[in-house]
Design a binder for this molecule. Structure first.
Ligand SMILES: *[C@@H]1O[C@H](CO)[C@@H](O)[C@H](O)[C@H]1NC(C)=O
Ligand SMILES: *[C@@H]1O[C@H](CO)[C@@H](O)[C@H](O)[C@H]1NC(C)=O
Ligand SMILES: *[C@@H]1O[C@H](CO)[C@@H](O)[C@H](O)[C@H]1NC(C)=O
Ligand SMILES: *[C@@H]1O[C@H](CO)[C@@H](O)[C@H](O)[C@H]1NC(C)=O
Length: 434
């Protein structure tokens, strides 16, 4: 028992240049052995207890040969929330190459190695129901291949930004698909570059629409982060579900555009039933999502730039009485009694305000202020020349989406002058209101 701890294979960029031969190493972590991994294989199970849930973590393409930076946090997070076996599938030898195609061509071989191992687990009494695979990028497709070999009887697969290049458009047997496990959930965070655009699971989460993630460099001048930041965000979002900082609710919707215009945020009551949580606990919605025909749902949500990624949604209903139609954006700030302020990030298309028509804006805030003492509104048409327009508001109403039980806040008869901040104290809306 005095053997040294095993660790993830660390290679140099030189290895990536010359290429590496496939070698799959399985590193076992348990609650009893949180920091010291044991190498296991189909003949040596070490501390693996087959009666417990087993989660496999499968990484993707490695350009530099270094271990994935998030792997330790993912292992710790999983073992924090549940007593299970966590097996890190280290195929760094194989994944490390400057030529993506070479890494991608090894994915089916990695799946075969995992199949051999899982077969032995089953022989020792494990159940497929208890097997969970978390695959990142190419690892998501590897997980799909393993699942396919068990005819979709694996408990669950989570795909974290499944790789797009070389996989996009391929038939289901050559990529992750919803029939690969009893429940397949996917987070897409880089659909316009390294990730996969189309849905691949029973539920497909598209944070911030799935392409550009807030806080990630938008140009190549952002250096190496420019290439991987959006792609890796899926992992960090999943990780956030393992810590108790905040929970991210996602809204089933046909498109991000519809979500941004507030069409999909009123979940059925009880709310929890139709709007799933992102991440580890998404499987609580398994039965609900699998009942759908086809059993595939797309869900959208927005995030903050950094940990904790949660945003808090409010509806701002605005009823205007301008004679002419006005188009523009409204910036909203909230302040509580303690003086905390938070500003909404509404950067959707300009809203159209028409006489006696109510416009419902979906506002997202980084902080959830419980007792709002003051609201500030600023109207802007985006034009810097020409007359300053006014927006005449008959009634504005602020309501929290996450906490529909909180009192709704109202204010009547306001005139907003373009680009001028108007601050006021809201009052409670009358109880019985249309
Ligand atoms: C943890 O793993 C190491 C390496 O395999 C082993 O030497 C040690 O006995 C393990 N500790 C426990 C509590 O199982
Ligand atoms: C499995 O691991 C054991 C102990 O580390 C080792 O002796 C054995 O050769 C390995 N078997 C295979 C098939 O790699
Ligand atoms: C394996 O896990 C089961 C269920 O958690 C537990 O009852 C049992 O004692 C464990 N076996 C060992 C050898 O730790
Ligand atoms: C509001 O401010 C107080 C005092 O500065 C701070 O302790 C509290 O955490 C803040 N609340 C929120 C929701 O940020």
């Amino acid at each position: 028992t005095d053997e040294a701890c095993s660790s993830f294979t660390r290679l140099s960029f030189h290895s990536a240049v010359v290429g590496t031969e496939l070698n799959v190493k399985l590193l076992l972590y348990t609650r009893k052995n949180l920091t010291c991994a044991q190498t296991v294989n189909s003949t040596a199970f070490g501390n693996l207890n087959v009666t417990k849930k087993t989660t496999f973590i499968v990484h993707g393409f490695r350009l530099t040969g270094s271990p994935p930076v998030w792997i330790g946090d993912l292992v710790d997070g999983l073992l924090f929330v549940e007593d299970m076996n966590v097996v890190v599938v280290d195929w760094n030898r194989g994944a490390t190459t400057v030529i993506y195609t070479h890494a991608a061509s090894k994915t089916k071989k990695v799946a075969v190695v995992l199949k051999e191992f899982i077969d032995q687990m089953l022989a020792k009494g494990a159940s497929l129901d208890n097997i969970y695979m978390i695959g990142v990028s190419l690892g998501a497709h590897i997980s799909g291949f393993v699942g396919e070999m068990y005819d979709g009887q694996l408990g669950r697969i989570t795909g974290l930004d499944p790789a797009g290049p070389l996989f996009t458009g391929s038939p289901p047997q050559d990529r992750l698909d919803p029939s690969d496990a009893q429940f397949v959930d996917v987070i897409h965070s880089d659909i316009d570059a390294l990730g996969y655009r189309e849905p691949l699971g029973n539920i497909d989460f598209y944070p911030n629409g799935g392409s550009d993630q807030p806080g990630c460099p938008k140009t190549i001048f952002g250096g190496f982060q420019y290439f991987k930041c959006d792609h890796q965000r899926s992992v960090y979002l999943y990780l956030s579900s393992l810590t108790e900082d905040c929970t991210i609710t996602a809204y089933p919707c046909d498109s991000y555009r519809d979500y941004r215009s507030g069409k999909c945020v009123s979940c059925l009551t009880p709310q929890k039933e139709s709007c799933p949580l992102l991440g580890y606990y998404a499987d609580h919605w398994k039965d609900y999502l699998k009942e759908k025909d086809p059993p595939m749902t797309k869900a959208f949500f927005d995030t903050a730039e950094e940990k904790p990624f949660c945003m808090y949604h409010y509806f701002v209903d605005i009823l205007t009485w301008n004679k002419n139609i006005r188009r523009g954006d409204i910036t909203i700030k909230l302040r509580d009694k303690a003086g905390n302020t938070t500003e909404s990030k509404i950067n959707h298309e300009p809203a159209t305000f028409q006489k006696y028509h109510q416009v419902s804006l979906l506002a997202r805030f980084n902080q959830d202020l419980d007792k709002v003492a003051a609201i500030s509104l600023m109207f802007s048409t985006g034009s810097v020349v020409g007359p300053k327009y006014k927006l005449r508001i008959l009634r504005m109403k602020l309501r929290s989406l996450a906490h529909p039980e909180r009192p709704q806040l109202c204010r009547y008869d306001l005139v907003l002058t373009e680009n001028v901040e108007t601050v006021f104290q809201p009052i409670l809306c009358p109880k019985l209101q249309m």
